[in-house]
Write a protein that binds this ligand. Sequence first.
Ligand SMILES: NC(=O)c1ccc[n+]([C@@H]2O[C@H](COP(=O)([O-])OP(=O)(O)OC[C@H]3O[C@@H](n4cnc5c(N)ncnc54)[C@H](O)[C@@H]3O)[C@@H](O)[C@H]2O)c1
Length: 348
Amino acid sequence: MKKKVAVIGYGGMGAGFHCVNIRNSDIVELAGIYDINPEKCKLAEEAGIRAYSSREELLADPEVEIVVVATPNDTHEEIAVAALNAGKNVISEKPVTTSLESLERMIAAANANKKVFSVHQNRRFDVDMLAVKRIVDNREIGDPINLESRVHSSHGIPGDWRCFKKYGGGMLYDWGIHIVDQACVIFGYDIKSVQCEFDHITNDEVDDGFKLNLEFKSGVKALLEVGTYNFIELPRFYLRGTEGTALIRRWESPAEIVKCKIWKDKDVVPEMYGSGLTRTMATRNRVTVESYETPAMTSDVFDYYRNFVKACDGIEEQLVTHDQMRCVLRIIMSAFESVEKGGQKIFW
Ligand SMILES: NC(=O)c1ccc[n+]([C@@H]2O[C@H](COP(=O)([O-])OP(=O)(O)OC[C@H]3O[C@@H](n4cnc5c(N)ncnc54)[C@H](O)[C@@H]3O)[C@@H](O)[C@H]2O)c1
């Protein structure tokens, strides 16, 4: 039988992603929603969705087995803990919460009630990130040296709660949590240091972009960057390995790979670039390299729900584990600390 899911917060993500996907799902069913804003409840009813009259009514419904928390970031803990204490399994939207202490209280509530509690890291299903992971896992360009992962736009911060500190606003919590999680999925959770600088181009209160340098104990480095004032965007991923380079230009594009076949390019001829002559920067002779594109990856973001349901039934480990949630949030917290300390490296 399909498990019934209720969604708290019928905004962009609650209505536009969770409710749509749950209604199209073969494994879960939408019980209804609750939103603190009566207008949103009305919209849900107009879309044929039951709107509970209060959160208490939703949590008291014995048919509801899973609660999705899709409200602003500062409210996740309070709502998730109430749902866990009511005996529900909980998927919190990202960021799971806004401090490590808060996360520990959420995990404690899940453990005390023996319920499954995880965070919705849907961007683990992005095919571009999966292509990078496959290149790294298969050592397709040798051992990884460094990764650059960027998301750029030119709209500034959406003009809502994300603009304010008290609601857990800013791009580090918003997009940062996705690309930090992806970097850990690719390279693992053994972190050596975190260093970060913020942009405040369109907003003084919270970051509207950042550059975060992550060093893994393996020696691999990652530059993770979010920009919301970039009218020309840089490529989504750039990966250097000991045997070549990989580039993914945009969301879902294939990975372009150039592998080194002959390291010493003996016949390199100096070229005139700009106002000078250079041999170092001269174009590489194409016979010394091999260039190709990797085949596209496929994924189904609804596997997140499939896994969560299996985790509720005790037959699979939850995809995003508590320790992974701890590590990713600790990176975010270290990034804030780094910014407070003027961009200092924070060693773990
Ligand atoms: N995983 C993703 O790809 C992704 C994408 C977008 C947003 N999100 C996350 O989803 C969450 C919601 O973001 P959004 O863009 O949908 O915001 P939103 O402002 O569009 O919607 C939030 C909704 O929550 C309601 N709400 C606020 N406080 C509430 C409370 N205490 N109880 C019940 N309802 C309450 C608001 O009325 C609003 O309708 C955030 O945590 C955000 O980071 C995740």
